[in-house]
Ligand binder design. Structure first.
Ligand SMILES: [Zn+2]
Length: 93
């Protein structure tokens, strides 16, 4: 049940780029957000990914929409920070 709602680690990492580029269907986006809120592994993975995107943007002529990526991450980080202050009621897997 939680897998259906949240997706799996593999799915999250497979669809990470689409998520960051806001190219996912609505259901996938919801799965992604639910998973990231509950899974510290994948949220750390996303942060690492975004850090590398930011670094690479320094060298690109035509960078991805940084503002969109930043807004998405800001939202997620705020939600994750709020989540971390609570006891986590959902196991990761
Ligand atoms: Zn995960």
């Amino acid at each position: 049940m939680m897998k259906l709602l949240m997706g799996t680690h593999t799915e999250i990492r497979e669809f990470l780029i689409d998520y960051v580029e806001n190219a996912l269907p609505a259901l996938r986006k919801i799965q992604f957000r639910m998973h990231l809120l509950a899974c510290t592994d994948c949220s750390a993975y996303l942060r690492k990914y975004n850090t590398s995107v930011k670094l690479s943007q320094n060298y690109l002529q035509d960078p991805p929409p940084e503002e969109l990526v930043n807004l998405t991450l800001k939202f997620l980080e705020e939600r994750m920070a709020a989540k971390e202050r609570e006891a986590d009621p959902y196991p990761c897997h």
